[in-house]
Design a protein around this ligand. Sequence first.
Ligand SMILES: [Zn+2]
Ligand SMILES: [Zn+2]
Length: 241
Amino acid sequence: MYRTQAFIIDESGLRPSEMALGTRSSRRHNDLDRLTIQKQWNLGITSEVDLPEDFDPSTASPLDERFNTEVKPDLGEMLRQFDISYFQGKIKGYRIEWNASLITAYGRTNFSQNKISISKFRHQGQRRSVLVKSILHQAIHAYLDKLGLNRRENAAHGKDFKIEKSRISKALGEDIASRDDVNWTQAEEFISAHQCTKCKKILYRRKGQDPNKVKPYTRVYHDCPGSFRPIKMMETYRAKE
Ligand SMILES: [Zn+2]
Ligand SMILES: [Zn+2]
């Protein structure tokens, strides 16, 4: 299917100036064409994805392993497609970007700025499914805010959040809160988890940062005689669920 399209463009679609660029130019056209076709499925597929020719979108989910790419996918394109698929286009206008200082969570939504931040280090080297679930989680927050839900209740993952979460999970055929697909060894290349020996509070830090020694933070957020000890990142999620 794609080969046929590329063939038509190569034969008749190129102007002489584009011809001079040779295969790179025709490849770019080919990628754009493919993306146009893939966008109609709204599975969160970006131009980085190289699909097999026999790919069947009718049975695929956004968590499909075949959408994995070496390069970081286009977040804006993914959000746009999920908005159409699951949120009736209600979160149109929301921006989404990678955030290198967001360590404590996979993502964050700023309602007043209409902005979703996605943690760079929590997704680096991870499967695309981890990212898809992070985007969808934040998209639910954004969607509920657009519907006018109380912001505190929304941020606390209240009843309405849970309803939306099960709706999306059902559509995907997998719980979007599941961390089963996270490669914890990979995650701990960038982030370390620590737990207080007394109050059991959990902190996440860039690898190599000792939370007991980062004084200003410790004073502001942790008024407790306990100290932080390393804990496996995986354990911190087990404890929550
Ligand atoms: Zn949340
Ligand atoms: Zn404590």
